[in-house]
Design a protein around this ligand. Structure first.
Ligand code: ATP
Length: 449
């Protein structure tokens, strides 16, 4: 399967089965804006829940936060976003589309190739423009006397400006992490990258504050920790992941080090998450602009210090895309083609589905529904009797349901049902009283494949 084809197939599956829809679709759509459908909302929530549970609930050194999206202009003066968070853009004279220069093929210093119509775009005839990616909004009650604020372009700034609030209210000591999941907004100019690059997206960020002398070792630990997260918790194959350390000339002027975890997306290797050692830049700048003391007392050194920060910054939507892309699979079994999402069972929107073999047999339907309700009390499950058994299995394969339970006529006498496994299509008779435990064990022990 070539990569263009794979991307089209993934987008089509996502739309057809209710993972992702185009934003404002009935009004012609909005470019780079997407809505998550019923299955997408479930998968997205699973990703966030696993992250939150692992880092906030299970650890003592990290606390959670839910800061606001609309933020004061000064926040972005301090962070440098007002001045520097911009892309250089150019318009193609032929197709009239607008592109980011850094994403175009460079012919020479004054000429780029249009990716749509393949003409050469000269910067001498087509002036380049700097374009700030932040969304500005008026928060005053009148249009005549506007008061401007901004939608945050990353969740991180909410953490920095609450650093002292959090430390005072929790009595935590360094090293300490503050983490949050939330929407971020960037007016990205892009086409055809599905949910990889959106104007409205979600981030899962941790700002892990450490003493300067410990920052290099914490940085290393976080790169390893976050890489393992994608394999162990998200079920992504190691072949599709790689770690790319930024060279010195790629680093922001304040950054001590930065590493991207990249995924092999259908359009090539691209950033899934960035982990940076940001030094004391953020707290120092907020302290300078707000004139508030954001230092912390180091009892060992007996002095006030501005901690360094390690920032593992992940995108929920890119993780979602990577999971679906990694799990997407087409195979031919006994002469018939099937599409399967080989999701790690713990992530699947439904962890099991229950069917009666015959929908017009009252006893079977009754028993199937009873089993379904028992499972649903414990795991996300689905009941379906709207097609033949072959079709029902295919439907569940396509959305990644790891186990299907079928109730047939024999079930009424032998008290057993057929449990079919998604990836191997292996079928096993399991006692009705044991079904729940059987699925529970398999979900807990299995990765994805
Ligand atoms: P890129 O270079 O791909 O634009 P970035 O380096 O600007 O990404 P960061 O600012 O480091 O991204 O943001 C951290 C994470 O947030 C990214 O690794 C990505 O997962 C996610 N992210 C950033 N921008 C977007 C976007 N426009 N749409 C979806 N996810 C995004």
């Amino acid at each position: 399967m070539d990569n263009d084809n794979k991307l089209n197939k993934i987008v089509s599956l996502c739309r057809r089965r209710g993972f992702v829809f185009g934003g404002s679709e009935i009004y012609g759509g909005l470019s780079s804006v997407w809505d998550y459908g019923p299955l997408g909302a479930k998968l997205k929530k699973r990703i966030k829940d696993i992250w939150w549970d692992k880092y906030i609930e299970k650890r003592e050194d990290i606390v959670g936060l839910d800061s606001s999206i609309i933020m004061h202009e000064k926040v972005f003066e301090a962070s440098g976003h007002l001045k520097g968070f911009a892309d250089w853009l150019i318009d193609c004279p032929r197709c009239k589309k607008r592109f980011r220069i850094d994403k175009l093929e460079k012919i020479d210093d004054t000429c780029y190739r249009c990716p749509e119509c393949e003409v050469d775009i000269s910067t001498e005839d087509n002036p380049t423009r700097k374009f700030n990616l932040m969304f500005k909004t008026n928060v005053s009650a009148t249009e005549t006397q506007p008061y401007y604020a901004y939608l945050r372009p990353e969740t991180a700034q909410g953490i920095f400006i609450n650093f002292i609030n959090v430390l005072r209210s929790t009595h935590k000591k360094i090293p300490v992490g503050i983490a949050q999941i939330g929407k971020a907004f960037r007016n990205e100019v892009t086409t055809g990258s599905f949910i990889f690059r959106m104007k409205e997206f979600e981030q899962m960020e941790i700002e892990y504050f450490v003493w300067p002398q410990d920052s290099a070792s914490w940085y290393k630990k976080w790169v390893e920790e976050r890489y393992r997260f994608y394999i162990e918790e998200m079920g992504i194959r190691e072949d599709n992941l790689r770690i790319r350390e930024h060279s010195k000339d790629e680093l922001a002027h304040y950054a001590k080090a930065c590493t991207d975890i990249e995924f092999n997306f259908p359009f090539g290797w691209s950033e899934l998450e960035g982990i940076a050692n940001r030094g004391d830049f953020d707290l120092s700048e907020h302290s300078r602009v707000s004139k508030k003391d954001l230092t912390f007392f180091d009892t060992e050194k007996n002095e006030k210090l501005t901690p360094y920060v390690i920032e593992p910054s992940a995108g929920v939507d890119r993780t979602f895309f990577a999971i679906i892309s990694d799990a997407f699979c087409e195979e031919t079994v006994r002469g018939r083609k099937r599409t399967v999402l080989k999701l790690k069972p713990a992530l699947a929107p439904y962890q099991s589905a229950v069917f009666p073999l015959l929908k017009n047999k009252e006893d079977l339907v009754k028993l199937a529904k009873k089993i379904f309700y028992d499972i649903k009390d414990v795991f996300p499950a689905l009941y379906d009797d709207t097609a033949s058994i072959g079709k029902l299995y295919r439907r569940q394969d396509e959305i990644g349901t790891p186990f299907c339970v079928t109730v047939d006529v024999d079930s009424l006498s032998d008290g057993k049902v057929t449990v079919r496994e998604r990836d191997t299509m292996f079928q096993e008779r399991v006692g009705i009283t044991n079904v729940l435990n059987y699925i529970k064990n398999r979900i807990n022990t299995e990765q994805s494949r």
